[in-house]
Write a protein that binds this ligand. Structure first.
Ligand code: FAD
Length: 209
């Protein structure tokens, strides 16, 4: 286990006890999250856009169109946010409703990935996120597709995690209230696979799918 070094920008000022700089904790949340929200400034205005991501080693990789605004602006500085929603917390007062969550914030400048092998590996890792082993089953990107895709890496160095878990934290004076209190757990679950109607006949569903 090793810790990321907190900086002025990643030091929690609210609810410090919920913070973590443990590298494995940060990596685990990033890996479990299916969506990354990318905060960046474009022409003086902040934007936050959702996108797919993958972590390879100590970096998060994003991909997109060559001339996409998000990746271009993120190279000048970005805030990547990863959020896992674990539950709704119902307190005995309006004030003490909350959410259970695990989240990560990464502050970094994006680095354009120009090395062909690193780019191809990042794109394969993105496909692997869908189903492990998938990148070896499908047609890999050809040179034209690789050239048309921008891949940007963000080092996970200036980063923080914040985690809330457990029951509501109510005032002692509210504990006798005649009101249900507790947590409604939430989780993202996969449904049954839906075969593409255009798939050629005779292809069985692989166990991994
Ligand atoms: C699902 C969810 C629901 C939330 N609901 C609310 C809400 O309703 N109201 C509310 O005020 N807050 C809510 N939060 C917490 C919110 O994300 C902020 O932590 C909080 O608002 C404090 O903001 P701040 O700018 O004062 O943080 P500060 O503590 O000043 O932030 C300083 C640094 O701490 C780190 N940090 C702060 N928050 C997080 C985080 N969530 N994850 C990882 N690192 C973090 C970042 O590096 C940040 O730059 C919610 C969080 C999640 C994940």
């Amino acid at each position: 286990m090793s810790n990321l070094e907190p900086t002025v920008r990643t030091t929690l000022s609210r609810r410090k006890e919920r913070g973590s700089y443990d590298r494995d904790t940060v990596f685990g949340i990033i890996d479990e999250a299916r969506i990354c929200h990318v905060g960046f400034v474009h022409e003086g205005h902040p934007f936050v856009l959702p996108t797919a991501h993958v972590r390879v080693g100590g970096a998060v990789y994003l991909h997109g169109a060559l001339r996409g605004r998000m990746l271009g602006a993120a190279c000048a500085g970005a805030c990547l946010t990863f959020t896992l929603l674990d539950g709704l917390v119902l307190g005995r007062s309006a004030m003490h409703h909350s959410m259970n969550y695990r989240s990560v914030v990464v502050l970094a400048r994006g680095r354009d990935v120009t090395d062909r092998d690193e780019k191809a590996a990042a794109l394969a890792a993105l496909v692997e996120r869908a189903v492990p082993g998938r990148s070896r089953e499908v047609r890999p990107p050809n040179e034209a597709e690789l050239a048309a895709t921008r891949v940007v890496a963000f080092a996970i160095e200036e980063a923080s995690a914040k985690i809330r878990s457990g029951p509501p934290v109510d005032l002692a004076s509210d504990l006798e209230a005649r009101c249900w209190a507790g947590v409604i757990p939430l989780a993202l679950v996969a449904g049954s696979p839906e075969p593409d109607p255009l798939m050629r006949a005779g292809i069985a569903q692989p166990p991994r799918v």
